[in-house]
Write a protein of this length. Structure first.
Lengths: 176, 286
């Protein structure tokens, strides 16, 4: 311990936060200023959610808060007390985005992969709201997700292909 | 990119939120959607000692008809402007502007009350609230009050809200069958802040404009009404000649400042082009 004075303004109180993360009840002690992305990646060791710009511009930190995609860098973990959070790990394990993941892989819709969890979060939400979005609608939905590798074409292709495949499957199911 | 340390209080009622703010004085901040506040905290542009979370105050939610107005709770999320049938029916200008507000995930969390209270001059909703002749319902330590949108926006990020006051709801006149709306903006990329944006609502008497309110954003320190332009349109049919006259009149309403990325003359030009385009759409909406 050094004898350096501690500035009182920078002392954090610990707050107990309880959340349901990927279907599992968790409790952890956080400082009020800890963002949700930091708590997910740190104490909860869910590193699939990426911290990029930390100001809501790049979309790498998207998670689902009570079923809606939100930036985990734009809320404090303490605000999520009592909420349900689903991260890319949860969506992957449940299989709901398996077709999107396979299509991204097949079409090389990622190079470094940093943006991919956020891209998948946005794609998943878009396809749950609009069954067959056009390319313009897909690009519009992705306007808050930055990719510095791919130029987006393969990402848009993948989402459009999955939308078609899901629609075809639904039509097949309903014609039986 | 980390905020200064603060303590956190989750309010359940408006009174609780006001009391918490009164107890902390100037060092407190209310947080709603937080989509602008959290980056400001991370960049330490602001450093409150206590954050009062109003996301769980049920009194701030809900959309309902009240007499000849639609009362939209401050916590109504941007996304709800796209999904709520009452908005589509009675406040279609807000519906028309919503797809232009940031990106889907921001719209899931950002709130109407937060956007209006922040009064960012480049934001869509403050300007549309002005175009709609809305009333802003405010709660404070000394009770409730109503401020007209025309008197609410004072200067850059400055509104009629006093420290410790909370924006509770926005009340807009119900859309009527003899009215039309139009909205558009020019931006370098979808979801970016607009270079210039414009929304309007007009009341028609047969084919003549009986009344019109036009608001622009990204044109100055605050959302601005185009009063001279409105005057140039009232009593007239919306033909090409009249639209050109309105574009000329806009020069009396706006005086954009020089900026590094958009010269004033360019912004004025873009505002005229956009005004013509949006008025054209208003005519087509017949």
């Amino acid at each position: 311990m050094s004898g350096a004075p501690v500035e009182l303004d920078d002392v954090d109180d610990a707050v107990r936060v309880r959340m349901v993360v990927n279907g599992r009840k968790v409790a952890c002690d956080v400082a009020p200023r800890d963002t949700l992305v930091d708590v997910l990646r740190g104490p909860l060791e869910l590193t699939g959610t990426h911290a990029g710009c930390e100001m809501g511009a790049c979309g790498a930190c998207l998670v689902q808060l009570d079923g809606c995609a939100v930036h985990a860098c734009l809320m404090f973990a303490v605000q999520a007390d009592g909420a349900r959070i689903d991260t890319i790990e949860g969506l992957s394990a449940s299989g709901v985005i398996a077709d999107l993941q396979a299509e991204f892989h097949r079409r090389n819709a990622l190079q470094c992969g940093f943006c991919t969890p956020g891209m998948l979060m946005t794609a998943h939400e878009l396809l749950s709201q609009v069954a067959r979005p056009g390319r313009e609608a897909i690009r519009d939905a992705l306007s808050g997700n930055f990719c510095r590798c791919t130029g987006y074409e393969a990402i848009v292709d993948s989402i459009a292909a999955v939308a078609e495949a899901r629609a075809a499957k639904a039509a097949e199911g309903s014609s039986r | 990119m980390k905020a200064r340390a603060f303590s956190y209080f989750r309010a359940r009622t408006i009174d609780e939120a006001l009391a918490a703010h009164a107890g902390a004085g100037d060092e407190a901040r209310f947080i709603a959607g937080g989509q602008s506040l959290v980056p400001a905290l991370a960049l330490r542009l602001q450093a409150p000692t206590i954050l009062i979370d109003i996301n769980h105050v049920d009194e701030l939610r809900g959309i309902r008809r009240e007499g000849d107005r639609l009362r939209i709770g401050a916590l109504t999320r941007h996304r709800e402007m796209l999904t709520e049938p009452l908005i589509a029916e009675f406040a279609p200008l807000l519906r028309a502007a919503a797809p232009f507000v940031a990106h889907p995930a921001i719209r899931n969390r950002g709130t109407l009350g937060g956007s209006v209270a922040l009064a960012d001059p480049a934001s869509e909703f403050p300007a549309m609230v002005l175009a709609l002749d809305a009333e802003i319902e405010i709660a404070g330590p000394s009770g409730r009050r109503i401020v007209k949108a025309d008197e609410f926006f004072i200067d850059l990020f400055e509104t009629a809200l006093a420290p410790g006051e909370l924006l509770v709801a926005i009340r807009v006149p119900l859309f009527r069958s003899n009215q039309r709306i139009a909205f558009d903006e020019l931006a370098r990329r979808r979801g970016d802040y607009a270079l210039v944006g414009c929304g309007m609502i007009a009341t028609f008497d047969q084919h003549r404009i009986a009344d019109i309110r036009i608001a622009l954003f990204s044109v100055g320190n605050l959302p601005m009404r185009a009063i001279s332009t409105e005057a140039a349109l009232v009593g007239s049919r919306l033909d090409a000649e009249r639209i050109a006259a309105a574009q000329t009149a806009l020069g009396q309403d706006l005086a954009p400042a020089e900026s590094d990325d958009v010269p004033a003359a360019m912004r004025m030009h873009l505002a005229r082009v956009l005004l013509g385009r949006v008025l054209g759409r208003l005519g087509e909406a017949a």
